[in-house]
Write a protein that binds this ligand. Structure first.
Ligand SMILES: [Zn+2]
Length: 359
């Protein structure tokens, strides 16, 4: 499944088959005129095969992927047989240093690909990374989290109109697969256009390495490598699979302080209470309700909201009902990764049952 065209030489060539090595990739220069490098881990199977990149912290504050890569390197969950795995724990090293999504010039690196050699700092950095690494890869897995003040139930996003990328995205094994080309300038859209078929994982929160998210991510990466026959075995299947491009934000209509009734990954029905909003005097000011049946893809982690603030991101099938998904989830073991993740992600805020009797 690797590219038919002959490979150009690149830095990973110096790592022999069956071995692993760190490389320092020079991607920019500091104000003091010194090289700015990022560490890249190259792991080669004994036999030839596809070249897959796993990237993290393209947004410098989204470090669940950084923790995932560290875990794969320090405690390998598999033995790579074929192909090359290229792992980049931090792409946006300048944002990472500042615990920030953005680069010091306030640009978003993930809107700057494929970049240009004569553009802004962000554009040059993107260009340097893209040419030295991305262009040499056949597949990409880019690890992200929700933006600040939000969390996401793990979901993979990819352009499902490309059959080979569709299969790769499914192989990852998240329940939720969101169809779309990705924003202009994102690593995944530029990489895919260049022939490096790339998915992103959106999972968890910024500034954290969350245990169930790391587990989800490692399972997904393992599944993708199995799918590409870089490892023995078949990808594991998700609890259910919803592939859709349909999602809507449910917003607060008045200012208030929220008591949540749902958590990430929960299934809701039309009119179910999502959150009760209180004023600071303890009076109920609003019950925020689900506009339709769906699954909580992401939600705010801050209970204080102004009118128009997003509360939950609700995804739903383009056609048909969610009753089959609901039956599958009802039968899941509490110890399944899906259920543990659902529990873990809602543990950091108060979630109560809504009492409809009071109304
Ligand atoms: Zn991101």
């Amino acid at each position: 499944m690797s590219k038919a065209t002959p490979k150009r030489t690149w830095f990973a060539d110096s790592t022999p088959p069956g071995e692993r090595a760190w490389h320092d990739l020079v991607i920019s220069e500091s104000v003091a005129g010194r090289d700015i490098t990022i560490p890249v881990y190259v792991w080669k199977g004994k036999e030839p095969g596809p070249i897959v990149s796993v990237t993290a912290a393209v947004h410098g504050d989204e470090i669940n992927g950084t923790g995932t890569i560290r875990s794969i390197i320090t405690d390998p969950p598999f033995e790579l047989q074929r192909g090359t795995l290229v792992m980049v724990p931090v792409v946006n090293i300048l944002g990472f240093e500042l615990h920030s999504r953005y680069l010091p010039d306030r640009r978003d690196l993930n809107r700057s690909f494929p970049g240009s050699a004569s553009g802004s700092l962000a554009s040059r950095l993107a260009h340097s990374f893209f040419n030295q690494l991305t262009k040499h890869c056949d597949y990409g897995i880019d690890l992200h989290t929700a933006a600040v003040r939000r969390t996401n139930f793990p979901n993979v996003r990819a352009d499902l109109s490309i059959p080979e990328l569709h299969s790769f995205a499914r192989a990852f094994g998240t329940e939720l697969v969101i169809d779309g080309k990705g924003p202009k300038g994102s690593l995944r859209s530029a990489a895919t256009k260049e022939g490096c078929l790339t998915v992103i994982l959106e999972a968890g929160e910024v500034w954290k390495v969350e245990s169930s998210i790391v587990e989800y991510s490692i399972r997904g990466i393992t599944n993708c490598l199995r799918y590409l026959k870089m490892l023995e075995g078949k990808p594991t299947l998700p609890a259910y699979r919803l592939e859709t491009d349909a999602a809507t934000w449910v917003r607060a209509s008045v200012g208030g302080f929220l008591e949540f009734h749902v958590g990430p990954g929960d299934i809701v029905h039309e009119d179910d209470a999502i959150a009760t909003s209180w004023n600071l005097g303890g009076e109920e000011v609003e019950t925020i309700r689900a506009p339709r049946d769906g699954i909580i893809l992401g939600m705010t982690t801050i209970p204080s909201v102004a009118p128009g603030d997003p509360v939950v991101h609700l995804t739903f099938p383009k056609k048909g009902s969610i009753s089959r998904i609901e039956r599958l989830v009802d039968n899941l073991d509490d110890e399944s990764l899906h259920e543990r993740t659902r529990g873990d992600l809602s543990r950091s805020f108060v979630v109560t049952e809504h009492d409809d009797q009071e109304e």
